[in-house]
Structures are given as C-alpha cells and as structure tokens.
Design a protein around this ligand. Structure first.
Ligand code: ZN
Length: 440
C-alpha cells in the first residue's frame, strides 16, 4: 500500500514539475513577445466579441434602393476584408522606459518621428494605452492612443487630409498636457481622467504629414504614385494619401462613391487618382486604403462607448454638424455639440444644408461614424454600410453620440506659430475639456 502511494506521489510530483516547466516556458514566450525589440505585442481578441460584431455589423443582402442608383463610381468593399478588420488583433505598444516630462508648446516643427517619441513616452504612464492600429501606404505606423480610465469616450482624430496637420499637433498638445498633469497629481485632471477617456488617432495620414511638412523626398518607397507624380504636387495644400486617394471619400458608407439618378456628377469629383487639390477621388474601391482600414478597426473597437466624435480638419474655422440622410434626433444632437464648440471658439456652425447626399462625394469618415451610430450594417452585396433606404430619416439612432467635423484655422499652414495662436485665442484647452465631459 505504502509503496503504491509513494509511486503515485512520485508520479504526481513529476506531473506537477512538468506542468510548471510548461507554464514557465509559456510565460517566457509570452514575456519575450511583449518585450521584444520593436516594443510591440499582440493580444488575442475575445472570439465572442468578434462573433457578436459579425452578427451586429454584417448583413448578406441589403441593397439600399439600388433601383435609384445611376452609377457606381467606385466598387464597394470586399466582405472578406471587412471581416478581417473585425478580426484584427490588438498590437499594444509598451516601452521599458519610465515616464519623463516632455513639454510641448508648438515651438518646433515636429517630424513624425518626434511625434512618435512623445507617444512612446506617454505610453509609459499608467493612464495611457498606445496601440499600433495599422500601417500607412509608405509603411509608417498609425497610432491609436487611449488616455483615461473612464467608460465615456471622446474620440478625436486629425490629419485625414495631408495638408491639415494642425489636428495632429492639437491632439498631441492636449494629450501631452493631460498626461503631464496626471503624473504631477493635479487633482482635477486625475479626477477627469479617472471618469472619462480620450481615444485619439493623432494622424490618420502620416505619409501626408511628412511630405507636407518636409517635402516629397520623405516618401521612402519611390514606386508609390505620389512620388512618381511629385512634379505636380502642391506640397503645402495636398489632401490625399501616398496613393493619391482622398481618404475622406474612401469609407464604405451607404452613399460612398454612388451617384443617384437625380443628381449630376459634381465637377469636384474625380474618377481617377489626382494631384489636384480641388478634386476628390474615392479610391479604386471603398476602403482600399490601409489608413481607412486602420481607422475603421479602431473606431469599431470603441464606438459603443463614444459620446462625442470630433474629426479635426484645418480650413475655415467652421463646424459641420448633421447628415441630411439621417435622423433629426441625431442631427439635433450634433448641432447642440457644435453650438457648444462655437460658444467657446467662436467658429461658425453649418448644419445639414451643407452636406450633399449621392453626388459622388460621400464616403467621408463622418458618414461612416454617423451611419454606425444608426446601426447601419455592412452589406455583403454592395460592400457598403447600408440601411433600407439611401435617405433613411426614419431609421433609429442606436448609439447616442454626436459627430462633428471641426475645421480649425483659417487656411492650410505648416507654420507652427499659427497653431499656437489658435490654441490660445480659440480656447482649445477649455474646448477639449468641455468636450471630454460633454455635459451639455
Ligand atoms: Zn479637410
């Protein structure tokens, strides 16, 4: 009896040792991957989240009044590619460095590498999560950053149009100041960031950021369309990404690159890649561009917690609020937020009269966000988000967030002193704090 028990004990002991060894190796591998040279790591997404998203966001056959569509200017998005976005695994960026105070006050023109340095430094604060959400056409990392621990989210992004670099710098200034205050134990900021969260994409178009600020030779892949057309490019006013696509027309939205019978193709719509700053080109197909897909991944990851979404441009000191094809409930929500922004910045509010539907220039990022708010689904048939009708004012607002296009500045510029003036004289600090709380 005793002998058997001893044998059994030894066997159990061996199993325990083997199992511990296995766990140690597993942990070692895991540790290796999260601390490897690039500082990046991947983390599995819960499969049930993806499956639920499939159910919520994909439908096989919706056509959105296809009988009234005259032309398809650009094909929709492949459903396999849409599913890839839902399946994408997070790549979090960690650094072994400890946080240090790095002040930023618009005093120097920053390269994208400089911006990365600020982001990496912020990521070592425990209030920040930094993520690689995709790569640009010219292979630059597009960053998504979360600052704050609350559930209620202000989502902001900048620089979807190359020349509109102000948004990137305003976002950097905002986040960097908040993290400095948090690390310095400023009590109001600590409280704010414990209750709310900013989720930001400082630059959706980093290749654009570089060539507008520092010239076309910053493009490393000389085979890219933009480099081959470099003689026609207006460095300081360009809109597009390195493939010559206006990213703000490349989103797979209900009206994205569709032309309706009743409308004429407006002359600013381009049917091919163009260097003209006055033309929109929506891409070879919707969501053809890696920058568009990076945004879609990150926005879908957060949209159910968003209370306000602000898409920052830099031309004209105006605010666009509302979509004529969507509910009045949504439009008044957007208008209210826009009015609050206007009260602080003195920018002009434009309502739904300033947005067109079905003229071939839809497919903007705010169309995408607004349609998701209304529970539109991706139709495998058309390759676009879709409801039952192309103008569907009767659909229901499913997620209660406002969507704003914030046009800062009076014109395109890369001169940093103008950004500093705008930040100070248009009360941007107060603006973003009030947007973060959105207690309107
Ligand atoms: Zn713009």
């Amino acid at each position: 009896m005793k002998k058997i028990r001893r044998k059994r004990k030894i066997r159990v002991f061996r199993v325990v040792i083997a199992f511990s060894l296995f766990l140690t190796i597993l942990y070692g591998l895991f540790y290796f991957f999260i601390n490897n040279d690039s500082g990046s790591s991947s983390e599995n997404v819960d499969d049930s989240i993806v499956n639920n998203l499939y159910k919520e966001l994909i439908i096989s056959d919706r056509e959105s009044d296809s009988n009234i569509i005259k032309d398809v200017l650009t094909n929709g998005m492949n459903a396999i590619d849409f599913k890839k976005i839902l399946d994408r695994k997070a790549i979090y960026i960690t650094t072994k460095n400890t946080y240090k105070t790095m002040n930023y006050d618009f005093d120097k023109k920053l390269s994208y590498k400089d911006i990365e340095e600020y982001l990496y430094n912020m990521s070592s604060s425990d209030i920040v999560i930094l993520e690689n959400i995709g790569k640009s056409v010219d292979d630059r990392i597009i960053y998504g950053i979360e600052v704050g621990k609350g559930d209620k989210v202000l989502f902001i992004d900048g620089n979807i149009h190359a020349a509109e670099v102000g948004g990137t710098l305003f976002i950097l200034k905002l986040l960097n100041d908040l993290v400095i205050n948090y690390e310095d134990n400023v009590s109001e900021v600590k409280e704010l960031l414990n209750n709310y969260k900013i989720v930001a994409i400082p630059s959706i178009n980093p290749d654009g950021y570089e060539y507008v600020n520092f010239g076309i030779d910053t493009i490393r892949n000389k085979n890219l369309w933009i480099y081959k057309n470099k003689d026609n490019i207006d460095q300081f006013n360009s809109k597009f990404n390195a493939n010559g696509v206006d990213l703000n027309r490349n989103f797979p939205t209900q009206n994205g690159a569709l032309l309706f019978e009743s409308e004429e193709l407006i002359n600013s719509v381009s049917l091919e890649k163009t260097t003209s700053i006055y033309k929109y080109y929506s891409g070879d197909s919707l969501a053809s561009e890696p920058e568009t897909r990076a945004f879609m991944y990150y926005f879908i990851k957060h949209y159910k917690n968003i209370h306000t979404y602000v898409n920052i441009h830099s031309q004209g000191r105006v605010l666009y609020a509302g979509k004529p094809n969507l509910t009045s409930e949504f439009n008044s929500l957007c208008k209210k937020t826009a009015q609050e922004i206007s009260n602080i910045t003195n920018y002009t509010v434009y309502g739904t009269d300033y947005e067109e539907v079905g003229e071939g220039n839809d497919g903007s990022v705010t169309d995408f966000a607004s349609e998701l708010a209304h529970g539109f689904k991706f139709s495998e048939k058309t390759g676009r988000l879709s409801s039952d009708k192309h103008i569907d004012n009767s659909s229901l607002l499913k997620y209660n967030y406002s969507v704003i296009t914030l046009e800062t500045m009076d014109r395109y510029t890369t001169d940093v002193k103008y950004f500093k003036d705008e930040w100070i004289y248009r009360n941007f600090k107060d603006l973003f704090i009030s947007l973060l709380k959105n207690d309107y």
